[in-house]
Design a protein around this ligand. Structure first.
Ligand code: ARG
Length: 572
């Protein structure tokens, strides 16, 4: 279904003889939509804008009465439109019966790659990875709902010098790990990582052995590969525990996957004349990139010792995603700190001819820091503070405490389920409802509130509708036989907001901003609460159509939350 804005523009343009410009009204007393053309037309025709607006108002009221109940001229020449309630009701009837709630599907089945999470092997996930995971999951789900072909990639850091250190260290100091005699947890692996790093920094002989180990690994030496795989397995278990808890699915395709392509990618860049030698390193200098000392800033493809860089892998990954995966749209989700890196990668790969903006859309979706309620940067990186998994379990625990108090008679297993849905939902929603480039304050107290812009409040509206149905004692199939009817202003306001679900999703897709959807859902639950306050549902003469409006509200709430990766509850 097209948006109401588009429908109105299509109907009004012929009256104007130019494309109509329709926007949402900023306040309810200004109607539902407004037409903004009169001022510009007046300038062109050297006429009075209000006179033009008056004429247009007449035309709209006469010609578009099926859609517009009344039009009013306001201010310098705006035309405020009040929609015909019967038109809105008809639209909602269509929406409630559509499996996709009136959202137009991507019939060309374009392919989008969403790369997110991307933690590093041998280190734990930190809060930055958590944000990437939550935002990435929501964006991937949105595209799935639109019926794109979606590939969710986890670009884990599973290659590089740190493996040389770890391999040399395990070989020399932790032999029993290698022959499987010692079970290694992620924490223990982190400890080994830190110890090997320390040795690497102070012991030149160890450093040399570590570097040799990297070379061996790169040459696919059998024993080195085996140790490397073992290390990756241990980390993977830790990552998966978190993904399972959050209900996140990803295809792991780490940096190592692109390793065999790096040499060729370098050669191609050289052939394109992009590469300059500087201090023995192969560099790409791009226009407009400067160091802090105002010197040209290189992107290093190959270091003087022959090793490749983080950037080289990203160049190869981009080439692979366009050329081999045939992606139409690629989305990278990382913290703001990597902005420069990705800008350079996108520019260099475009120069190398690997992609062009006419054929592929590429976005770097960035986000700000996670702060403690005291405003300081939250750190879980080095394991000195709490681990990410503990952070999530803590939210679940707190939710459990709340439910135990509210619903003391419920069986433990149900409380556990509810606590998981609300605990993880609260964390996700708190993150997604922050405009992503802003820093986000991690506060259990705020995210678990029953009122305000929280997952809890929105799920609570959903549950409320559930209890209306219980009270009415009718089954859904019966309700869906009814037709929408909107009379009361609160009913109209709710209906209009429901019809704008597609606008919210569209905004999230274009700007890749999940907070567009959280704002929409927050407003929806507000509109619903006002409707519930003002309009009697069960036992009224309007019972059937009002239950139908509740049904649509419930469907939109559930679908909206589902896109955010948040489940609903049947009671709470
Ligand atoms: N592993 C990196 C980190 O933890 C993030 C990877 C981002 N993706 C990429 N294609 N470079 O910082």
């Amino acid at each position: 279904m097209r948006s109401i804005k588009e429908i109105l523009e299509e109907k009004i343009s012929p009256l104007l003889g130019t494309s109509a410009e329709v926007t949402r009204s900023t306040r309810p007393e200004f109607g539902h939509y407004q037409v903004n053309n009169a001022m510009k037309l007046a300038k062109e025709r050297k006429q009075n804008p209000r006179a033009i607006a008056m004429e247009l108002k007449e035309q709209i009221e006469q010609g578009l009465s099926e859609w517009v109940e009344k039009a009013e001229v306001a201010g310098p020449g705006f035309i405020n439109l009040h929609l015909q309630k019967s038109f809105l009701a008809k639209e909602l009837d269509e929406m409630v019966r559509d499996r996709h709630l009136g959202i137009e599907q991507n019939h060309q089945k374009q392919k989008v790659i969403v790369e997110f999470s991307s933690p590093n092997i041998a280190k734990p996930l930190h809060v930055g990875h958590l944000r990437s995971t939550i935002i990435g999951e929501a964006i991937a789900r949105l595209f799935e709902f639109y019926d794109y072909e979606v590939l969710r990639l986890n670009h884990v850091g599973d290659w590089g010098t740190q493996f040389g250190m770890l391999i040399a260290y395990l070989r020399e100091q932790q032999k029993e790990v290698l022959d499987g005699g010692l079970q290694v947890s992620c924490d223990l692996l982190l400890k080994f990582y830190k110890e090997s790093k320390q040795l690497f920094d102070v012991d030149p002989a160890f450093k040399k052995r570590a570097q040799e180990s990297v070379v061996e690994l790169q040459a696919r030496d059998e024993e080195s590969v085996k140790i490397w795989e073992r290390i990756c397995d241990i980390s993977r278990q830790g990552f998966n525990e978190i993904y399972d808890l959050l209900g996140v699915h990803l295809v792991e395709r780490g940096e190592s996957f692109y390793n065999p392509m790096l040499q060729e990618v370098c050669a191609e860049c050289e052939k394109e004349g992009l590469v300059t030698e500087s201090d023995g390193a192969k560099c790409i200098f791009l226009e407009g990139y400067k160091t802090q000392e105002d010197k040209p800033l290189p992107m290093i493809l190959q270091k003087s010792d022959g090793g490749f860089n983080y950037s080289t892998t990203d160049v190869a990954a981009l080439r692979h995603r366009v050329r081999d995966e045939k992606a139409d749209w690629i989305i990278y989700i990382t913290d703001l700190g990597q902005q420069l890196h990705f800008k350079m990668v996108f520019d260099a790969t475009q120069k190398a001819g690997y992609w062009s903006p006419e054929k592929v859309r590429i976005d770097h979706v960035t986000f700000g820091l996670v702060l403690n309620p005291d405003g300081k940067k939250m750190k879980t990186r080095e394991g000195d503070n709490e681990q990410l998994i503990d952070l999530i379990y803590r939210a679940i625990d707190k939710a459990k405490g709340i439910f135990k108090e509210r619903l003391p008679d419920l069986p433990e297993s149900e409380i556990d389920h509810m606590a998981r849905v609300i605990g993880t939902g609260a964390i996700k929603y708190a993150d997604l409802s922050t405009k992503r480039n802003n820093d986000y304050i991690f506060s259990y107290d705020k995210m678990l509130q029953f009122e305000g812009n929280t997952a809890v409040a929105i799920i609570y509206s959903y549950v409320r509708i559930q209890s209306i149905f219980k009270k009415a004692g009718v089954d859904l199939a019966e309700v869906e036989k009814a037709q929408m009817a909107l009379e009361h202003p609160s009913e109209v306001a709710l209906g209009l907001h429901l019809r704008r679900f597609s606008d919210a999703l569209e905004a999230m897709r274009e700007e890749l901003l999940p907070n567009r959807l959280t704002e929409y859902l927050y407003e929806l639950s507000d509109h619903f609460n006002a409707f519930f306050r003002d309009c009697q549902v069960v036992g009224s003469s309007e019972e059937k159509p009002r239950l139908l409006l509740c049904t649509l509200t419930q469907k939109v709430l559930k679908q909206g939350l589902n896109i955010l990766g948040i489940e609903t509850l049947e009671r709470m």
